[in-house]
Design a protein around this ligand. Structure first.
Ligand code: B16
Ligand code: MG
Length: 207
């Protein structure tokens, strides 16, 4: 029986990928190369600094480690301007209903996100109080596909991996859940999330 559910944030609860995209594109524009939505797919579920490295690789740009930290910081400031405007209308269809449904059944809920802005976003969209635990980019050091974030999620809920289920939209996240030994429901395209135990188009399919 499932006792705990661990949710990814971007792509599962909210669509912040569009704001990450705009902020990375803003940096690419300054460097003078084109950064497309297809390029942006490669950044989903990936940490901020690793995302920057992928963006630099796409643009064929080489900068020092110190400059990388500066650029990642600039990108985040731009991203924060976008997410400051978020409200509950940006919660993806079915997400709130599904969280409430699980809570009524006594299932414990955690967030398992790579984002360092996760708590801020949950508060902006009004879902923070539905989570019993939040494991985000400020709490883990190894990025998905490493299982660290989801193992920490189970521990925070006081449960074993075998008692939990993960909801993930990114390939790296699905891999991380499998490596943690947790049943994983992919959110998105079944042709991409082939490794998931089950794939649905969105949480609205599960309500
Ligand atoms: P931040 P998730 C991830 O969120 C995003 O998918 C990814 O594109 C982003 O680079 C990462 O968070 C870090 O975010 O810059 O806010 O710390 O899908 O793991 O919820
Ligand atoms: Mg995601």
């Amino acid at each position: 029986k499932v006792k705990g559910a661990i949710f990814d944030l971007d792509g599962v609860i909210v669509d912040t990928a569009k704001y990450h995209f705009l902020a990375w594109k803003w940096l690419a524009d300054q460097w003078g190369f084109e950064f497309t939505e297809t390029d942006n797919e490669r950044l989903k579920g990936v940490s901020r600094i690793r995302s920057l490295e992928i963006v630099l690789e796409i643009g064929g740009i080489d900068i020092s480690e110190e400059e990388k930290l500066q650029k990642a910081e600039q990108k985040n400031e731009k991203y924060l301007q976008y997410i400051h405007q978020m409200d509950r209308s940006e919660v993806l269809p079915g997400a709130e209903e599904y969280l409430l449904q699980l809570r009524r059944r006594g299932v414990r809920i955690a967030l398992g996100s790579a984002s360092k802005n996760a708590v801020f976003i949950l508060e902006k969209v009004g879902l923070a109080e539905l989570f019993d635990a939040v494991i985000d980019g400020t709490k883990v050091s190894k990025a998905k596909p490493d299982p660290e974030v989801f193992i920490a999620g189970c521990e925070a809920l006081g449960l074993e991996p075998g008692e939990c289920v993960v909801f993930e939209d990114a390939e790296a996240g699905v891999e991380a859940a499998i490596a943690a030994g947790i049943y994983v429901v992919g959110i998105g395209n079944p042709d991409i999330l082939v490794a998931a135990n089950r794939v649905v188009s969105g949480l609205n399919e599960l309500v």
